[in-house]
Design a protein around this ligand. Sequence first.
Ligand SMILES: [Zn+2]
Length: 104
Amino acid sequence: MANVSFSAGYSPDLKSPVADDSSIIVIYMVRRCSRCTCNELATITLTYQYSRALVWIDDLTAERDPHAYDLCDRHGVRITAPSGWRLEDRRNRFRVVMPNRLAG
Ligand SMILES: [Zn+2]
């Protein structure tokens, strides 16, 4: 088991002056790959609609959807649509446009 140590000046004591009312606490909810034998971090979300025979791959959604599958990079690149289905990759579809770069 790894040893845990704290660098000089850091105190885990929540009553320290650092953790006053003006502090912002950020909690990251880590989501893992849905494959049962995989424990990698999820990076994409897979959804499908049976009636349209359509599979979508999106960047990891902001919130967990019980009807979607979160997958890691390794399992994400292996996705293929079943025969007769269409796979639509919607990752990076929305990009930030810099208006000053469009001007000629
Ligand atoms: Zn995985």
